[in-house]
Design a protein around this ligand. Structure first.
Ligand SMILES: Cc1cc2nc3c(=O)[nH]c(=O)nc-3n(C[C@H](O)[C@H](O)[C@H](O)COP(=O)(O)O)c2cc1C
Length: 204
């Protein structure tokens, strides 16, 4: 049987942080290891337009295959569609609520539901602040079912200089969760001794 490329489903919903999904798609395209399947909610298209000035076509051009969020019969709606897993970046609190409660009323929440039932990797780049009790409870429910809730929180210890640095770190950590080799993280943590050029260690 001919070997097929590995696949990954990328969902984008209407939380702030459309740039994370876009940069993730760009990284996967550059790395060339995975075929990307994109599902964008209608609010996801709105936030991408507001934050990035992107038309739907700009988003769709970044992916290998695009599925309409209303197409509940698309390939990614079935567990028989083989893939490595799914990332929802950014993940709104509404989409998180749908995933956490098995409420699969569109292709985005259905594909995530499938990942959980097939015990495949599901990473939710959940973005809201501050969080109410429903958000926290839904994060707990999703985690209990095996999803990884990964809010896009900056790592200040990495001394980011630009927004690109912050986004790159988040995208790098997403790729890490799938075991995908990449160069998105400019500088990985290698211990406090390295940070202080050995001084901290000597002062102990
Ligand atoms: C510019 C903009 C930014 C938003 N940011 C967030 C956010 O960070 N987190 C969130 O949960 N919802 C956010 N929302 C609200 C969601 O888009 C809204 O709840 C929507 O119904 C989510 O639908 P979806 O999950 O189907 O994409 C934002 C909306 C807009 C227009």
């Amino acid at each position: 049987m001919a070997e097929r490329k590995k696949r990954i489903v990328v969902g984008m919903s209407g939380a702030s942080g459309a740039v994370i999904g876009v940069r993730l798609l760009a990284a996967l395209r550059r790395l060339g290891t995975h075929e990307t399947h994109l599902v964008v909610s209608s609010s996801g298209a709105v936030t991408a337009a507001q934050e990035l000035g992107f038309a739907r076509g700009d988003l769709e051009a970044a992916a290998d295959v695009v599925h309409n969020v209303r197409d509940i019969g698309a390939a990614v709606a079935s567990g028989s569609f083989l893939c490595e897993g799914m990332v929802i970046a950014p993940c709104s609190m509404k989409t998180l609520a749908g995933v956490a409660n098995g409420f699969a009323d569109n292709l985005l929440t259905r594909a995530a539901d499938v990942m959980l039932k097939e015990r495949r990797r599901l990473v939710l780049v959940a973005r809201e602040t501050p969080l109410n009790l429903a958000h926290l409870r839904n994060m707990t429910l999703a985690t209990e079912m095996g999803a990884i809730v990964m809010p896009p929180v900056p790592a200040f210890y990495a001394h980011p200089q630009t927004i690109e640095d912050v986004v790159g770190h988040t995208v790098g950590r997403i790729l890490d969760l799938f075991g995908i080799e990449h160069d998105e993280i400019a500088r990985r943590w290698s211990g406090l001794a390295d940070e202080f050029g050995g001084r901290a260690a000597r002062e102990e």
